[in-house]
Every structure is written in C-alpha cells, then in structure tokens.
Design a protein around this ligand. Structure first.
Ligand SMILES: [Zn+2]
Ligand SMILES: [Zn+2]
Length: 355
C-alpha cells in the first residue's frame, strides 16, 4: 500500500523545511493488496492544515519529518485496482476520504471510523504521505465515484464539504434556528452552504478579511461583518436579541472562541471546527458556559459524510464553486502554498492541477 519501495519514481511536492516546498522524486505507488486502488491525481486542494505544516512544521504533536508530502483534498481517475476491488473500476473519476481506518477497533465497530484507534490519514506526519503528487494508492473503501456532472474541481471540494456536513450533522437540525459561523475560510463557507440547506431562521458570519466577509454574503449569509472593523457581538445582539442557538467556530482563534461563548443563547451549542494554530490550548469563560449551559462539541474531520457531500453538489443544493479562486499547475505548488499562507489576492481555495 501507499508508497512502497521501488526503483521507479513519480513526482511529488515535498515539504523540505519550514516554508520550503519542492517538486521531488518519490517511489511510484503500487497496487499491493487485493483491496488497493491506484489513482492518477487530477486535482489537489490546498487546505489550512497543509499550510500549518508548511509554515509551522507541525500541528500540535504531529510534527513533520522532512521531506514530507502534504495534501489530502484530492480527486483523480482510477488507473488500476486490486483483485478484490468491486467498489470502483479502472477509468472511474473519484473523490476520496483521506482517512484510512482499520475497520476492526472499538471505534470502527461503533461506526466512528474517523476516530479509529489505528487510523492513518493522508498527508498527516507520521501516518501516510499525502496525495500532492502524480499518483496515490488508497484502499477501495476510501474511494467514491463521482457523477459526470461533477468536475475534478468539484470532486476535490468534496473533502472540505464533507467536514461541513459532519459539523452540521453534529449540531442536529438547524431548521428555524439562529446560527453563527465565525470564520469565512473554505471550511466556514462550506459550513454556511450546508447549514443553509437545513433552513435556519438566520445565519450570521464573521471574518477578519473583507474579501471573505463578501464571500459569506455571496454564499447566502443573512448578515456578515468584519470582526476587526466593527463590534460584531454588539451588532449581532441588536439583530438577534435572544442570541444564537448554534455557533460554528471555524477559526481556532481565541478571540472568536470568546465571541462564540458570548453570542450563544442559554442552551446553545458551540461546535469547535477550527484548528488552533501554533498552540495547544484555548480558554473559555467557565462561568458563562455554566450559567448558559452551553454544549461544547468538538468536530473531528468527518464521518461517513462523503456520499452526502457528493449528493449536495450533484443536486445543486449547494454551490461552492465560488470558493475556487485560484488554480496552479503542479510545478507552481510553492506559489499556491505561499498565496494561501499569506491570505493574498483574495484567496479562498487554491487548487493544484495535475495530469
Ligand atoms: Zn483539509
Ligand atoms: Zn479502527
């Protein structure tokens, strides 16, 4: 499975140091087990977690050992399958779930493959190299055939969209509720798109970047504001005096976490979706949490939400193509990472094109 030793090489984009990324040779991945699927990569989206590895060399205790191939938001074409594979065929266009679970541990048996005790995640240091290269091998259960109506760009957006589907599922129904989404990066905007499908009464979105505040309006937010320019807590309180039923915190920033706790109504739910950058602890006002009896729910990637994400795009219920602000050829992967790391040029999602 995955990159087996070989004297045949393919090109991958490797992190080589903090803020270093180079196109290098890596062993050609091969179909080894009867359950393996070889995928010719067509698109890889640049994720905020890839950028954490790029700029900090780590997320929490997951520390990059160089050289390291990042990338987990991929789409491609199946070019070879193992003898037992029936789920996909050669020539199928696929999105994939980058989490490879064991299928046997207590978590997998309970339907929690995303917290599998023995999981390996594509592009996660110490686990499996990422898919930011010419080809990748995955077990068949990670592969999802996409309908012809989805482009490869759409298929590569399925992974971040599935995280939003999972977050909204964990909030249970949003129908008729007042909802906040703090952070209008790709995950926040995907969450907005999925939340809208549930029919909430109103959705408030905040960010520190005007381009993203505008994108939230474009994505259907009833109200959007820049936290650096206005007192968003006061303005939202004026528009929604009974406060918010559900807040999705999609930044990982302490300020936003504090705002979330303040914005929530008694009995409300706070979903922690964002990944804190460069530190392992956040704090919350425990008295406020206690008095309001706030439910705090962590969101770990996604669980069995890939089919639903594909359906939401294919049916037209969500349209997140406006997230695709930049495309880069594979050879310019470094430019893509620098662009996203610097939040430059109004970037929302940068997509690397391969093949
Ligand atoms: Zn991602
Ligand atoms: Zn497991």
């Amino acid at each position: 499975m995955l990159n087996s030793p070989s004297d045949v090489f393919m090109k991958v984009a490797n992190l080589t140091d903090v803020r270093g990324i180079e196109i290098q040779d890596a062993p050609e991945p091969r179909v080894v087990t009867p359950n393996d699927v070889l995928i010719e990569m067509k698109r890889v989206g640049v994720c905020g977690s890839d950028i954490h590895y790029y700029t900090d060399g780590a997320i929490g205790s997951q520390i990059v050992q160089y050289p390291w191939t990042a990338g987990h938001e991929g789409a491609g074409v199946v070019t070879e399958v193992g003898a037992d594979v029936t789920r996909v065929n050669v020539g199928d266009r696929v999105a994939f779930d980058p989490c490879i679970s064991c299928g046997k541990c207590d978590q997998c048996v309970r339907g929690r493959r995303h917290t599998c005790r023995r999981q390996i995640f594509l592009g996660c240091p110490g686990q499996a190299p990422g898919c930011l290269g010419e080809r990748a091998v995955l077990p068949s259960e990670c592969c999802y055939v996409v309908p012809d109506s989805l482009t490869f760009d759409d298929a590569a957006l399925v992974e971040p969209l599935s995280i939003a589907v999972h977050a909204v599922n964990l909030a249970r129904s949003l129908a008729g509720l007042s909802v906040g989404i703090l952070g209008a990066g790709p995950i926040g905007l995907c969450t907005l798109a999925v939340a809208k499908v549930d029919g909430p009464a109103q959705v408030f979105v905040t960010d520190k970047i005007d381009r993203r505040v505008d994108a939230a309006r474009q994505g259907g937010a009833d109200w959007a504001g820049n936290t650096d320019k206005i007192d968003v807590v006061r303005e939202i309180a004026e528009l929604c005096p009974l406060q918010l039923d559900v807040v999705f915190e999609c930044t990982g920033d302490q300020d936003a976490i504090d705002q979330a706790v303040t914005l929530l109504a008694p009995g409300g739910t706070l979903l922690l979706v964002g990944i804190p950058g460069g530190h392992n602890r956040i704090s919350m006002d425990i008295n406020l949490l206690r008095r309001k009896e706030i439910c705090v729910q962590n969101v770990r990637r996604q669980n069995e939400c890939v089919d639903r994400a594909i359906d939401l795009i294919a049916s037209g219920k969500v349209d997140i193509r406006y997230l695709l602000t930049h495309h880069f050829p594979f050879a310019q992967t470094r430019d893509a990472f620098e662009l996203v790391a610097g939040y430059r040029d109004g970037v929302l999602k940068a997509m690397i094109e391969l093949g």
